[in-house]
Ligand binder design. Structure first.
Ligand code: AP5
Length: 216
């Protein structure tokens, strides 16, 4: 199964990806997590993208497309994968089509901007695994600590309000047009994906149920 989760920053893509990858036995490919690992490790790629990510801007299509192409060649992707945070621009989506990667499902998780600001300001993450929490909506069992490892959780540098608003503006200008792109592709190409939009508001379980319905 090959799935794309679309949606604004903070829509719950990473949160729901954790559940989908377990249920369907496919790996999560989060370009954001891959880039953050590179920044943390101080690689050449990490040094190149560090400042762009901190400001909430998008990394170049060229870098992202090369990163994803290499990742989907790996053995764990042979039965499919879940893209979380990719594609994010029309050129990225077109690169998948041009490479003959046929996606079966594209699910847009819709959440309004003010809810996003509240969600991201309360988000905490476990840096090594990418596990995501929220101080109110999805708190860890022990405050400030990861459930699995008990290591401290951190707040992402790009989760400050001004940066969140910049990321939202970029989302509306550059990523939202993908809704039209995939709506067209699903109606004009018989091998195109099934496209659906689900409401991202409500409890984590309610959103999960909507995703399972969209995937069936
Ligand atoms: P990336 O890491 O992809 O960030 P993003 O798209 O901005 O998405 P987020 O991780 O912020 O949100 P999410 O939808 O996963 O929400 P989450 O589940 O955490 O990208 C970071 C940066 O990398 C970009 O800005 C860019 O610079 C670069 N980059 C990455 N990919 C790129 C690409 N393809 N092209 C170019 N540049 C790229 O949930 C958010 C919070 O809400 C959590 O606290 C969670 O607990 C809570 N929550 C989740 N669901 C609910 C619910 N139903 N109710 C209440 N709270 C909830």
């Amino acid at each position: 199964m090959k799935v794309i989760l679309l949606g604004p920053p903070g829509a719950g893509k990473g949160t729901q990806a954790q559940f989908i990858t377990e249920k369907y036995g496919i790996p999560q490919i989060s370009t954001g997590d891959m880039l953050r690992s590179a920044v943390k490790a101080g690689t050449e790629l990490g040094l190149k993208v560090k400042d762009i990510m901190a400001s909430g801007g998008l990394v170049s299509d060229e870098i992202i497309i090369a990163l994803v192409k290499e990742r989907i060649e790996q053995a764990d992707c042979s039965n499919g994968f879940l893209f979380d945070g990719f594609p994010r621009t029309i050129p990225q989506a077109q690169a998948l089509v041009d490479a003959g990667v046929s996606i079966e499902y594209v699910i847009e998780i819709a959440v309004d901007d003010e809810q996003i600001v509240s969600r991201l300001s309360g988000r905490r993450v476990h840096e090594n695994s990418g596990r995501v929490y929220h101080i109110e909506h999805n708190p860890p069992k022990n405050e400030g600590l990861d459930n699995e490892t008990q290591e401290p959780l951190i707040q992402r540098e790009d989760d400050k309000e001004a940066t969140i608003r910049n990321r939202l503006s970029i989302y509306h200008n550059q990523t939202k047009p993908l809704v039209e792109f995939y709506t067209q592709l699903s109606s004009t190409d018989s091998a195109g994906p099934s496209f659906s939009t689900i409401d991202g508001l409500g409890g984590l379980d309610e959103v999960q149920t909507r995703i399972v319905t969209a995937l069936s």
